[in-house]
Design a protein around this ligand. Structure first.
Ligand SMILES: [Mg+2]
Length: 235
């Protein structure tokens, strides 16, 4: 207990904590690229790669930073730019590619195997939330009805590690910052942010990476199943 108040609320990061976002993004972009090549055949689309599409998306997101926050909208502009990169202009195709991408990006998500057992265990005693800079809507990602609150940066207007994201979670859950525990895979976004408001930070380090960031989590785990022991100690 370390003299702290007991934890009442547990929030999870989404991407790379509950599901492998990189994997589903890559998979969905590959399907979308195939469709794009069907509409715009020839050498120019044959030479296009998923890596290049990711670069285009990132540069579009950087340009739109502060202007557009909705991630699906940013993705649409990324497809629009990708088509322009091939020498064409076609908003209908960009819309269709975006729809196709989003369908797979949500529906093909695979939860890590420790997610459901951990949530089933924790839901008995804790209010559970999702706190994400992404757009993994629980009802579209295989987790309908699992969370009592959801905080997306595209709605709050700031991103983790901004304390505003974590305060928003406390407000929705009706708890004090010290009663919140947050679990995430990113030291920079999740752990540093939680530490800023004095909540309990848990770094999910699935690949046993070295931590030379200078950011110190309260707890470090390799699997979500380890949370059972941690919550025992935090009550
Ligand atoms: Mg993450």
């Amino acid at each position: 207990m370390n003299g702290r108040k007991p934890v009442k609320v547990i929030s999870f990061d989404g991407d790379m904590t509950l599901w492998d976002f990189e994997n589903v993004m890559w998979h969905s972009l590959s399907i979308t690229l195939k469709e794009l090549r069907r509409h715009i055949p020839g050498q120019v689309s044959a030479d296009l790669t998923v890596d290049r599409m990711i670069e285009i998306r990132n540069s579009v997101a950087a340009e739109l930073k502060g202007k557009i926050v909705n991630l699906e909208e940013i993705r649409f502009y990324a497809f629009k730019r990708t088509i322009e990169f091939l020498g064409f202009s076609d908003d209908t195709l960009a819309t269709n590619l975006n729809d196709l991408y989003l369908k797979h990006r949500f529906e093909d998500i695979e939860l890590y195997p420790d997610v459901i057992p951990t949530m089933d265990f924790l839901r008995r005693d804790f209010s559970i939330g999702l706190l994400s800079n992404g757009n993994g809507y629980p009802e579209r990602c295989g987790l309908p009805g699992r969370f009592s609150f959801v905080v997306f940066s595209q709605d709050v207007g700031v991103e983790k590690p901004d304390a505003g994201m974590f305060f928003a979670a406390c407000k929705l859950a009706g708890c004090a910052p010290c009663e919140l525990m947050h679990i995430g895979d990113s030291l920079e976004s999740d752990v540093a942010g939680v530490n800023r408001i004095g909540a309990v930070s848990v770094w999910l380090n699935r690949d046993a990476k070295q931590n030379d960031s200078g950011i110190v989590p309260d707890y470090e785990i390799r699997s979500l199943t380890e949370l059972a022991d941690i919550v025992k100690r935090s009550r």
